[in-house]
Design a protein around this ligand. Structure first.
Ligand SMILES: Cc1cc2nc3c(=O)[nH]c(=O)nc-3n(C[C@H](O)[C@H](O)[C@H](O)COP(=O)(O)OP(=O)(O)OC[C@H]3O[C@@H](n4cnc5c(N)ncnc54)[C@H](O)[C@@H]3O)c2cc1C
Length: 410
C-alpha cells in the first residue's frame, strides 16, 4: 500500500490530521489500534472537550474542531458547561454520539481500525515505511509523509526520531475515569461535597482514598456521571507496571463508589457503569520539535502571528502527583499561539506530531495537551504533511494560508 500521508492514532490529534490532510488534497491512511476513533475521549471516557475556549469564553479552535462541534449540535448532543472552581468552559460529550460523529468526519480518508503500528523504516532523515499489525497479520505501508498522533510517540520511537521523556516522578499522573449511572440529576458533584464524602469514608473505614476532588459532571443524553478521581503514578511505557497499576485503579473505583453512595447526597442508587475502558494516560513521550513551547510562552499569552498554526487557551493544569492538581492561568485568561516548529520533528524531515506529543516543556505540556488544542495541532500537521508531499516543504506562510482557507484559527 502507498499513501501520500499516513497518520498513526485516531484521537483528536489524529482525526484532525487525517481530515486536514485530506481537505488539502492528499490520499490519507489513518491507523488506530482500537475498534473506534476518539482516543482518550472514547477509550478512556474523557468525555469533556477542553481547549475550544479560553477562560474569557472566546473560541480559540475552529477548522476541523469546529466541524466536530457542528456535528454534535446537529445531533442534539452538544452541551457546554463552565466549571465552578476553575471557570473553564468545556464541551460535554455523549460516548456513542462521539464515536458516530468521528466515523462520519473521516469519510474522505482510508481508516484501519484494530491495527497497531509496530515498526518503521528510516532512510537518512526520512521515514519511508511503517509496519502495521492486525488480525490478518503484518503489513507494510509506504508514504511521502507521516504524522504521529499516537499520544504515546509510537511512531517517533519506531522511526528513531528525537523524543523527550520526563523522569517518572516528574510525569503527570494517569487517571482511571469512572462512569456512574443512577446518580440523581440534583446530586452533589461539588468539590466540597466530594472532599467531605472522602473524609467521612476515611473516618468510617480507615481507607485513605488519595484524591478527594476532581471533575464530576453529568453527560448529555445518558445523564451518566463521569468522575476523575482514581489517580495512578505509573510508568505507561512499562507494561508490567501499567498492568499492575491499572488493576489497582479498578479496585479503587469500587471504593469510590462505596464512599460516594454512602456519603454524598444524590448518590445512594449510583452504579459503576464502566471504568476506562483504558486507564487515562496523560504523559509518556514528547516530540523533540524544531521548537519547544515553554511555560513562559503559556503564562505570558505569547503571540506568534508569523509562525502560528493554532491557538491554545487552556491554562496550566498539572497533575503533579496522585491527588494533586496545580492550575495557573494564562495572562489575562487569554490564549497563546502554537508555533509551527512545535509540531515538526527536529531530525526527521517528513515527520510531524500532533496532540499531546506537541513539543513543549513540562509546564507548557500541562496546557497544550487538551483535546481542543489537539484538534488544532492535528489540523495543522495534516495540512503541512499534505503540502510537503505536494512539493511545498515546511512553507509556513502557505500552511497558514491553507489553514485559514479551512477556517482554522491561527
Ligand atoms: C485522565 C485524563 C483526563 C483528561 N481530561 C481532559 C479533559 O477533560 N478534556 C480534554 O480536552 N483533555 C483532557 N485530557 C487530555 C487529553 O485527553 C489528551 O491529551 C488528548 O486526548 C490528546 O489527544 P491525542 O489525539 O494526542 O491522543 P489520544 O487521545 O491519546 O489518542 C491517541 C490514539 O492513538 C492510538 N494509538 C496509540 N498507539 C498506537 C499504535 N501503536 N498504533 C495505532 N494506534 C495507536 C490510541 O489508541 C489512541 O486512540 C485528559 C487526559 C487524561 C489522561
Amino acid at each position: 500500500m502507498h499513501y501520500d500521508v499516513v497518520v498513526i492514532g485516531g484521537g483528536a490529534g489524529g482525526i484532525a490530521s487525517a481530515v486536514g490532510a485530506a481537505q488539502t488534497g492528499a490520499r490519507v491512511l489513518l491507523v488506530e489500534q482500537y475498534p473506534y476513533l476518539g482516543g482518550a475521549a472514547t477509550i478512556s471516557s474523557v468525555l469533556t472537550l477542553c481547549g475550544f475556549f479560553d477562560q474569557n469564553g472566546e473560541q480559540v479552535v475552529a477548522g476541523v474542531g469546529e466541524q466536530v462541534l457542528q456535528r454534535l449540535r446537529e445531533r442534539g448532543a452538544y452541551e457546554e458547561k463552565t466549571m465552578g472552581w476553575t471557570g473553564n468552559k468545556i464541551v460535554l460529550l455523549d460516548l456513542e454520539t462521539t464515536k458516530l460523529v468521528y466515523d462520519e468526519l473521516v469519510t474522505e480518508v482510508d481508516v484501519l481500525l484494530h491495527t497497531t503500528l509496530i515498526g518503521a523504516t528510516r532512510v537518512n532523515d526520512l521515514v519511508t515505511e511503517v509496519e502495521l499489525y492486525h488480525r490478518g497479520g503484518r503489513e507494510r505501508v509506504t508514504a511521502g509523509a507521516f504524522i504521529d498522533a499516537s499520544g504515546d510517540g509510537a511512531l517517533l520511537a519506531a522511526a528513531g526520531a528525537g523524543v523527550r521523556i520526563a523522569p517518572l516522578g516528574e510525569r503527570q499522573t494517569s487517571t482511571l475515569v469512572c462512569r456512574f449511572s443512577g446518580v440523581a440529576e440534583d446530586a452533589d458533584l461539588s468539590r466540597d461535597g466530594l472532599r467531605a464524602a472522602v473524609a467521612a469514608y476515611r473516618r468510617e473505614t480507615g481507607v485513605d482514598l488519595v484524591r478527594d476532588y476532581g471533575i464530576a459532571v453529568h453527560l448529555p443524553v445518558t445523564r451518566d456521571v463521569i468522575a476523575l478521581l482514581v489517580d495512578e503514578q505509573t510508568d505507561v511505557l512499562d507494561a508490567v507496571a501499567l498492568s499492575r497499576d491499572e488493576a489497582d485503579a479498578r479496585r479503587q473505583a469500587w471504593q469510590y463508589l462505596d464512599a460516594l453512595r454512602k456519603h454524598l447526597p444524590g448518590w445512594s442508587a449510583a452504579r459503576l457503569e464502566e471504568t476506562g475502558p483504558q486507564l487515562g494516560i496523560r504523559e509518556g513521550r514528547h516530540l523533540l520539535g524544531r521548537e519547544q513551547i515553554t511555560g513562559r510562552d503559556v503564562l505570558g499569552a505569547r503571540k506568534r502571528p508569523d509562525v502560528s498554526i493554532g491557538r491554545c487557551g487552556w491554562p496550566i493544569e498539572d497533575h503533579a502527583g496522585p491527588g494533586v492538581t496545580r492550575y495557573e492561568p494564562i495572562d489575562g485568561h487569554g490564549w497563546y499561539d502554537v508555533p509551527y516548529g512545535a509540531i515538526c520533528s527536529a531530525d526527521t524531515a517528513n515527520l510531524w506530531a500532533a496532540g499531546r506529543l506537541t513539543s513543549s516543556d513540562d509546564d507548557a505540556y500541562a496546557s497544550v495537551r487538551v483535546m481542543g488544542t489537539a484538534f488544532a495541532t492535528g489540523h495543522a500537521a495534516g495540512v503541512a504533511a499534505a503540502q510537503y508531499v505536494d512539493g511545498h516543504a515546511h512553507d509556513v506562510p502557505a500552511i497558514r494560508t491553507e489553514l485559514h482557507r479551512q477556517h482554522a484559527l491561527a
